[in-house]
Write a protein that binds this ligand. Sequence first.
Ligand SMILES: Nc1ncnc2c1ncn2[C@@H]1O[C@H](COP(=O)(O)OP(=O)(O)O)[C@@H](O)[C@H]1O
Ligand SMILES: [Mg+2]
Length: 512
Amino acid sequence: MKKIQRLEMKAISKSFHGIHANQDINLFVESGEILGLLGENGAGKTTLMNILYGLYQPDSGQIKINDKTIRINNPIESINHGIGMVHQHFMLVQNHSVIENIALGYKDTPFFFPKIKIKDKVEQFSRQFDFHIDITKKIWQLSAGEQQRVEIIKALLNGADLLILDEPTSVLTPLEIKELIYILREMKAKGHMIIFISHKLDEIMDICDRVLVLQKGRIVGAADTKDTDKKSLARMMVGRDVVFNINREKLTKGKKTLSVENINVIGDKGLLAVKNISFELFKNEIFGIAGVSGNGQRELAEAITGIRPILSGKVKMNGQDITNKGPRHIYDNGVSHVPEERIRFGIAPGLFLYDNAILKQHHLKKFSQRYFLKYDQVKNHTKTIVKEFKVSTHSINNQIRNLSGGNIQKLILGREISEQPQLLVASHPTYGLDVGATEFLRKHLLEIRKQGSAVLLFSEDLEEIFELCDRIAVIFNGEIMAVLDSDDKRFSDIGLMMAGSIRIDPMEKQEC
Ligand SMILES: Nc1ncnc2c1ncn2[C@@H]1O[C@H](COP(=O)(O)OP(=O)(O)O)[C@@H](O)[C@H]1O
Ligand SMILES: [Mg+2]
């Protein structure tokens, strides 16, 4: 098959149950080019690329390779044309080794001694692109970044001239993102073409040569990245100016809601992950926990919400001891939780939207009577969440697994927040959300603060922390390095606190 020099999609349209996921889309890519597809959750990016990869058939429109119209009936045909795709959720067999997974997905896998024959090729790619990967390891032993590299190797081995990456950085750490960018630049230099899907403006500006902006299934803007900036891309994406800084109204804090007293918590590795942590939280207050992830944040949130045992110390809600009580008991005491891995732990994928909207509330009087759910109330409640949180779905009678990741997040957030909890424990609530949804969510947190909730916010995003929080604790290695008001001058050294090099005694007065 001839190498792809130029690929074109012309007037592509596709709808699902009357929703126009793609409408009259035109795009092209040429070899040696990185094209960005930018758009909010639900804009139609994944659908468009699934069409190119042969997973969906368009309702109308054409695909051309090197000026010749082709049909792509399934992924195998797409691969044979030189197209490779790395999905948002990886499609690897967890119990098999790297080399076995590659052999499974390789179009020319020989019947005899497949692993030995493929190994040389894989090692050659690894050297060429600096993949650093142990091919004998099992998939479950790999980090997200390593699994992604296996997917990229699979695509390259199948001769992909065009590589499509669907939100590739959403699962990566900052270091892994750097490594990925390096690999993509190498591929570009060697004449590959890449379509890079993202809703993160920084990345698009950093990696792409050109960018197309999608909104509600249509292309609403196009630009060379060298001729544009983040602000105008954001405006195209959302259809209006985006407020990057929200003004936080000063409020006097109300009565004490939560108190955490000298708690110690064991992590998954059997070591102390939370070491003697104490703090208090008041009504009308957002209290932020800043820190690099993996410093005890997850364990602390889980201990407070009853998912993980507390070794010693006490947690009290409105003066009531809730230490080591079950999650339902703690929920009934006014504590809601938006967990870190919400797609994995926050939903039941096979159930409908309206079931998922009341996963924790189904026992409440307003939703059930004896053993029966009051479906009218449940459905009305779900419709309100869908409307208020702008969840894009054709119906609430839809299995939640059909929704895009961003839309699943919005439903979970809606469920946890709509009840106006006394305390909301929110772990990275805007992680994976697009600009519009992020702005909406931040405003909503400030709104429940105003109405009297207390919010315990875990975030790695310092901009978010300073924008929302009244007081901030910095966590490092399971310990709190400082607790300060967000306007404290000493926060100029927050980077050093996050790295554990500076610790501020709570009694120390602020110098003026
Ligand atoms: N298999 C499907 N069934 C029903 N609706 C779908 C399906 N795939 C996508 N959609 C809908 O099409 C729209 C675009 O979704 P998607 O392409 O996933 O957006 P993006 O990748 O930009 O977040 C959304 O409204 C989504 O709910
Ligand atoms: Mg998508």
